[in-house]
Design a protein around this ligand. Structure first.
Ligand SMILES: [Zn+2]
Length: 327
């Protein structure tokens, strides 16, 4: 497998301006991939294109008349969080299932990108962010002549809904504490605390796949959803609580790692990387979006700052409250 060295170099001093300030980044060249939409089951081609400084991440639906309805990847554009994260522009043009791609962009520190897509849904690939990380690595990354900014969390913001809780709290880097608690014997309670600066996302989170339950898959199909879902793009827990995928899990705690992956992608819809700690109990796309809405509703809770040295440097080792082997 092609494994460029540029990412390693890009997290070093080479990523800084002369003042030690991290710079914005985009891709060195355009790159595309083809896959199927998880819910539509339809083939879709997506092209990641370099974009100018301060563009942010912008989707373009090139299949529509006029050839380019743009949809900014921004929390305020989220219009559906059932099963996936969906963003839409003011005309209602939408793109679904953006979260794993957004996670890869956050993890690989891509600030500016135009994403051309010829359908309503980002391809699901293998159900993780790893294929998108690979695409980014293949295209290469360039630094741009503009400092990188970050959203610094200044005070604790919490949203709750039933037993679900999502909190953003001040921290010197970007960290996630995530806990899930399923009655299902194959999952049960899983917790993970991870610092996500530097190469950690790629090494420890990116390969975790989305997951579902066999009985839910049957119900979703009956409702016309998850048409593209298969054991090639999701971990499926069978009705007898076994993992139906022939090769089993990629990590012992792949389920909670995928929830961390989803949170990384959803939180990148803030428009900038976050300098803060995200703490979640049984959170999902809806709660991830609600905590951003609550944050930005309070002007005293955040400020835009230059991205710090600490946020760009490799962080201390990951710790798990209940230590588990890393596959
Ligand atoms: Zn996901």
């Amino acid at each position: 497998m092609y494994e460029p060295k540029s990412l390693v170099e890009d997290t070093s001093q080479a990523s800084r301006t002369s003042g030690g300030q991290p710079r914005q980044r985009t891709l060195k060249s355009a790159i595309n991939c083809t896959g199927i939409g998880l819910h539509s089951g339809k083939k879709v081609t997506m092209t990641l294109r370099p974009a100018a400084p301060d563009t942010g991440i912008v989707f373009r639906r090139i299949d529509l008349a006029g050839g380019g309805a743009e949809i900014p990847a921004h929390w305020s554009r989220v219009n559906d969080t059932r099963l996936c994260t969906c963003v839409a522009n003011s005309e209602g043009v939408a793109v679904r299932t953006i979260e794993h791609l957004m996670a890869a962009l956050a993890g690989q520190r891509i600030d500016n990108l135009k994403i051309d897509i010829n359908g309503p849904e980002v391809p699901i690939m293998d159900g993780s962010a790893a294929p998108f990380v690979f695409l980014i690595d293949c295209a290469g990354v360039v630094e741009q002549d503009r400092p990188r900014k970050a959203i610094k969390i200044l005070k604790t913001i919490t949203v709750e809904d039933g037993g679900r809780v999502a909190t953003l709290t001040p921290d010197s880097g970007f960290a996630i504490d995530f806990a899930i608690d399923f009655a299902n014997e194959a999952i049960r309670r899983q917790e993970l605390s991870v610092q996500l600066a530097g190469p950690r996302f790629k090494a420890e989170i990116a390969r975790a796949r989305t997951f579902g339950f066999e009985h839910e898959v049957i119900a979703l199909r009956a409702a016309g959803l998850a048409k593209g879902g298969s054991l090639d793009n999701a971990v499926v827990v069978g009705v007898d609580n076994t993992i139906l995928n022939e090769d089993g899990l990629r990590y012992d705690d792949e389920f909670v790692r995928h929830k961390v992956l989803d949170a990384v992608g959803d939180l990148y819809l803030a428009g900038y990387p976050i300098l803060g700690r995200f703490q979640a109990h049984c959170s999902g796309h809806a709660m991830n979006n609600r905590v951003l809405a609550a944050l930005f509703a309070d002007p005293d809770a955040w400020c835009l700052v230059p991205a710090s040295e600490s946020a760009a440097l490799p962080a201390p080792a990951m710790t798990a409250p209940a230590r588990r082997a890393i596959a």
